[in-house]
Write a protein that binds this ligand. Structure first.
Ligand SMILES: [Zn+2]
Length: 88
C-alpha cells in the first residue's frame, strides 16, 4: 500500500540537507529518499498494441530492499531499469 506525498515525491533531500529535484515520474523510495536500494520486479517497456495507434506507457513495479516499500507506476519511455538489457 503506497501513500502519496507530493512533497517527498518532488523534492528529495540529500544527506547534506540540500534539496535536489527528483523527477516524480521515475522510480524512487520516498521513505529512504533514494533510488539506490530499489529492486525492480517487473518492467514493461512502452509499446504499441497490434491494431492500435497509441503507445501504452512503460510501467515498472519495484520495491525497496531497505524499508520494504512497494511501488508501481508508469515511467517515461526513455527510462529503463539499471542494467536492463533487451534480448532480441
Ligand atoms: Zn526505502
Amino acid at each position: 500500500m503506497a501513500t502519496f506525498d507530493s512533497y517527498n515525491l518532488n523534492q528529495a533531500r540529500t544527506s547534506t540537507g540540500a534539496v535536489r529535484e527528483h523527477d516524480p515520474g521515475l522510480p524512487w523510495c520516498s521513505d529512504c529518499d533514494t533510488d539506490e536500494y530499489l529492486i525492480y520486479e517487473d518492467f514493461v517497456p512502452a509499446r504499441i498494441p497490434a491494431g492500435a495507434d497509441e503507445y501504452i506507457a512503460a510501467s515498472v513495479n519495484y520495491s525497496c530492499s531497505v524499508c520494504g516499500r512497494f511501488n508501481g507506476h508508469e515511467v517515461p519511455s526513455s527510462w529503463s531499469p539499471p542494467n536492463w538489457f533487451w534480448y532480441t
